[in-house]
Each structure stands twice: as C-alpha cells, then as structure tokens.
Design a protein around this ligand. Structure first.
Ligand code: C2E
Ligand code: CA
Ligand code: CA
Ligand code: CA
Length: 274
C-alpha cells in the first residue's frame, strides 16, 4: 500500500509539472501574441426590447492561437491579469473597438470590458480619452463595462476615476450584476447608466423560481433608479418574452447573435432591423 501511495504521489507530481509547464507555455505565448497580431475583437449585438432594434454591440477579446485555435478569454484574461499584460490587451481592445465602431453605419453603442487591474493604472482616463480622439468615436457611443470587484477596494480612488470617465461623456455599465457583493450599495455610490443581469440568472430563470425573482427584482430596481437593464445570455424566445413583460430594457445573447468578427457586423445589422 505504501508503494502504491508513493506511485500515486509521483503521478501527482508529474501531473503538477505538466500543468505548470503548460501554464508557462501559455504565458510565453501570451507575451508574444501581440507582436504576432494574434488578437481579434468580436462583437455581440444588443437589442432593445421596446422596438426590437439593435442598440449596440459588446466588444469581446479573442485570441487566435496558431496551435490551440481560439483560446477563450475566460482562460487568457485571468492569466493576462496575473502577469501584468491586461492593461496592454485592454487598451488594444478599446482602441480597436472604437476604431471599428466609428466605421459602422449608424450610431450604435460599443461596450468595452475593463479589468479591475486597469483601474490601478494611473493613465486609464487618458487612455480612454486618447482612444476617443484617435478613433473619432462620439463619447456617448462608448460604454465601459466594469464588475463589482472594481469597487471592492480603494473605493474612493475608483469612484474618482469613474466620475472622470463620466465627465468624458462615456457611459458606465455594471457587468455581471448579482454575482458580487453588496451590489445595492454600489448602485447608490455611483450613478451607473446600466446594469447587466448576469447570464446565470437568465439561464435558470425558466426553471428556478429564485432566479426568476432575482431577475424581476433587478429590473424593478433599474426602473425605480432610472438605470437601464441588459439581460445577458438570452437564448430562447421564452426568456425574451418574460424579460420584456418584466420591463427589461435590452437583451444580449445567442438568440440574437453570437459574437462575430468585425467583418460580419454589417450582416448582423442587416438581418435584424435597426
Ligand atoms: P462577459 O463580459 O460577461 O461577456 C459575456 C460572455 O457571455 C461572452 O463570453 C459571450 O460570448 C458569452 N455569451 C453571450 N451570449 C451568450 C448566450 O446566449 N449563452 C451563453 N452560454 N454565453 C453567451 P466570452 O466572449 O467567452 O468572454 C468571457 C469573459 O471574458 C467576458 O464575460 C469578460 O469577463 C471577459 N472578457 C472578454 N473580453 C474582454 C476584454 O476585452 N477585456 C476584459 N477585461 N475582459 C474580457
Ligand atoms: Ca461584459
Ligand atoms: Ca457579463
Ligand atoms: Ca461573465
């Protein structure tokens, strides 16, 4: 039994080694990805429930790895945050999204995700301001999505940055609402333009009464506070109809469109009336 235990430990060690190596390889590839132009921005449509028109798109980072294929941002964003690359990637996504959106027909909004780490970068406001100036995008077309974790520490400094961003004329959305802590207090401390209802609630809404109640409460809160609500991860007409009945402002999800490359945005706009 002792032998067996040692064997298992060796196996465990090798497994850890293999994982650490894969992780180091990923880090190395990520550092080179920029120079090799492997990043892309995809766009996912957002539709108003009032008139079923497309009101904007969310920019979502993609990494086309030559061997691994498309690497999910859920896998590489956390690594980029850990190794200090997220600000560079985030800046590139922001500028690319602003430039591409400035060329779209119409004045749809473009939503860009900001990592909490970008808030500790003293140049964030200048970066956003420069992206607007370089691209020529009207500030009111840009929406910055932040998660509640941004407000967890250093709240005063973060609020100051949010106010400076707002002064540029951009909109601020709270992402993944309902999954973090003390969400309600944050809505009082900063006048968000929008809350995005996390897709886990939307997914469970048809089968789980608690999720349905939370969705209803968030939409009601939005109505009372004058904050628009976007439901994420809408996949069925049933979800759409319930969200519209509850008074949700906009939806985003596979029902409308998956995230598409820039070249396909026009086709999405043609397929869905705008
Ligand atoms: P997120 O900001 O919550 O983005 C929504 C995610 O849900 C996207 O995943 C999108 O493709 C996916 N999604 C949209 N509709 C549906 C649906 O109907 N069903 C399902 N099952 N999923 C749907 P994606 O593109 O893989 O991005 C994952 C996360 O990575 C994002 O979550 C965001 O937190 C992060 N991310 C992506 N791009 C960036 C970026 O440029 N900067 C930063 N900081 N984070 C990013
Ligand atoms: Ca988002
Ligand atoms: Ca989200
Ligand atoms: Ca999410």
């Amino acid at each position: 039994a002792k032998e067996e235990g040692r064997g298992r430990f060796r196996f465990f060690e090798q497994e850890m080694d293999a994982r650490a190596q894969a992780r180091r390889a990923l880090e190395l590839d990520l550092r080179r990805a920029f120079a090799l132009r492997q990043f892309e921005v995809f766009y996912q449509a957002q539709m108003s429930l009032q008139d079923r028109r497309i009101v904007g798109f969310e920019a979502l980072a993609r990494w086309r790895h030559p061997q691994r294929g498309m690497v999910s941002p859920a896998d590489f964003i956390p690594v980029a945050e850990e190794i200090g690359l997220i600000s560079q990637i985030g800046e590139w996504v922001l500028l690319t999204a602003c430039r591409e959106a400035a060329r779209w027909p119409g004045s749809h909004r473009i939503a860009v995700n900001l990592s909490p780490i970008q808030f500790s970068n003293p140049g964030l406001v200048e970066t956003v301001s420069a992206a607007l100036a370089t691209s020529g995008l009207a500030p009111e077309r840009l929406e910055l999505e932040i998660t509640e974790s941004v407000l967890l520490d250093n709240t005063a400094a973060t609020l100051a940055i949010l106010h400076r961003l707002r002064t540029l004329g951009v909109r601020i959305a709270m992402d993944d609402f309902g999954t973090g802590y003390s969400s309600l207090g944050y809505l009082r401390s900063f006048p968000f333009d929008k809350v995005k209802i996390d897709q886990s609630f939307i997914r469970d809404m048809p089968t789980d009464g608690d999720s349905a109640a939370i969705v209803k409460a968030i939409i009601g809160l939005g109505v009372s506070l004058g904050i628009s609500t976007t439901a994420e991860g809408v996949e069925t007409e049933e979800q759409l109809n319930r969200l519209r009945a509850e008074g949700c402002t906009d939806i985003q999800g596979y029902l409308l469109s998956k995230p598409v490359p820039a070249a396909e945005v026009a086709a999405v706009l043609n397929r869905i009336p705008t």
